[in-house]
Write a protein that binds this ligand. Sequence first.
Ligand code: SAH
Length: 244
Amino acid sequence: MAVKLFITGVFVHLFLLSNGAVVADEYRQQRQQMAADIEDDVEIVAKHINKKSFDTMVMQAMRTVPRHEFVPADLRGEAYENRPLPIGFGQTISQPYIVALMTDLLRPQPGQRVLEIGTGSGYQAAVLSQLVAQVYSIEIIEQLGKSTAQLLTQLGYGNIKTRIADGYDGWPQHAPYDSIIVTAAISHIPPPLVQQLKKGGRMLIPVGTRFQTQYLTLVEKDKQGKVTTRKLLPVIFVPFTGGH
Ligand code: SAH
């Protein structure tokens, strides 16, 4: 939770962590600039997504989540630039703009339960956790998944449950999900994920390979259970790995 305190004549923005610790949020201004950059970018894809701006609550989450906590220490200075950054293990933290776009397209609502495939840095999960009741996130790289789980706990994100596994099979134990977000590119839509999507639910997934154009694809399951897919826009994601 971000709070504003009046201390010795200047406003200092502080970050209240769940364990009660208060730390100065020196990155607040950079985060506001990042949000402004994202808002500028929306115009570029307006025609693909049929809207001129992102949801206010989504932008509020982008202004709140401390992205610098999710990047390697030596890249903190670049944390609020609107581009992806390496997080080790050959993986990347997604570009803030893409995180905002995918989050917006999922149409998150309070009370919902969302499944993410590809925990990575945990940043996308943290943004979602501000908007829904519960986030479930799966990472295939054990070491990365473990350190991210630790970070999420340390930062106080109590409504994110993580797991190390191949996300192709989803997480049947908590299914069905109001929405599913896949953050690695795959050649086809995994049937288990479609199965674990609620009726009326939405899934966003980059479909394509390293050698083809990948398209961010929206999968919708209607109230009768009928599934339709729609390519939205070209994107670049790291590849989906595992045994499928
Ligand atoms: N959502 C992340 C993006 C990370 S990049 C963030 O906000 O930082 C994509 C991640 O998907 C990588 O960490 C990669 O290891 C993971 N991934 C790739 N294939 C996977 C699979 N089959 N199951 C689960 N995670 C996978």
